[in-house]
Design a protein around this ligand. Sequence first.
Ligand SMILES: Cc1cc2nc3c(=O)[nH]c(=O)nc-3n(C[C@H](O)[C@H](O)[C@H](O)COP(=O)(O)O)c2cc1C
Length: 302
Amino acid sequence: MVVGISGASGIIYGIRTLEHLRRVGIETHLVMSRAAEMTLLYETDLKPKDVRALADHHHAMPNVGASISSGSFRTMGMIVVPCSVRTMSEIASGITASLMSRAADVVLKERRRLVLAVRETPLHSGHLRTMAQLSDMGAIIAPIVPAFYSRPKTLDDIIDHTVGRLLDLFDLDIGVVKRWKSERGTEANGAVETISVEQAIAMAGDPGVVFVDVREGFERENGTIKGSIHSSHGYLEFHADLASPMQMPELASGKKLVLFCGSGDQSAIVAKTLKDMGIDNVAHLAGGFGAWQKGGGPTEGQ
Ligand SMILES: Cc1cc2nc3c(=O)[nH]c(=O)nc-3n(C[C@H](O)[C@H](O)[C@H](O)COP(=O)(O)O)c2cc1C
């Protein structure tokens, strides 16, 4: 993953992103602006070389010939965290004068994921228009805004939760987000069979088991469980209904259906819906595709 760190306040979010990506084994390519180096000195006791050491590869801002400036260099996308208004505006303009904006532009043109963790407040309508323009271009504008439903006790809790939510946007569950569970999700979890990731991986390739990916198409960009079928949660009811013209034969095959989503909440709700329809051979995967990837289960479609 490409990690851009620009000169907005909150340099710690960029540092923590690098630390977590290293911990979960994601290769990082860092590009840090001069202003980011300045904010680093204001906001921490670290030196730029300490931050660079957290990345697998780092590239100098003027080096528009670096690997990440080419679309042929495959990445899972780019996050700019924190993202200054200046960097955001340069990316929106398409003036790719630095490696930061060039790498971001490449991610957009290759239709990969670009997450901009913008940090500025208050915002004038020029900022807001630029954000809307970038969103139209395919970027995700994810301002750094702390959540309090997770009852944070320390600043670290807030930083980790925010970074976790940003990396969720790449379908990466780094295990630090305290997830909100709806009453529906909790109730569903108790009502359907839950399969651990170890059990599920042991079932891979079993002809009596069908893995069903209930995520939306855009959530599947980082791949899926090898051999699984796809029926997004909005359609599964119709695909499972014997009376529906949209019925999918695999869902009526009598095989054990193991539903999975990104993190295990949505699949519990959908599995409960199928159970309520009289389909008993249904279970769901705890932790979803994130846990499957982390557990080393076979995947396809990346
Ligand atoms: C301590 C400090 C904090 C700053 N905080 C912000 C901020 O939160 N948001 C922002 O857009 N710019 C902020 N700036 C201004 C940017 O650093 C400045 O616009 C710079 O030109 C951004 O360059 P860059 O996008 O190449 O990193 C801050 C500057 C300093 C020195």
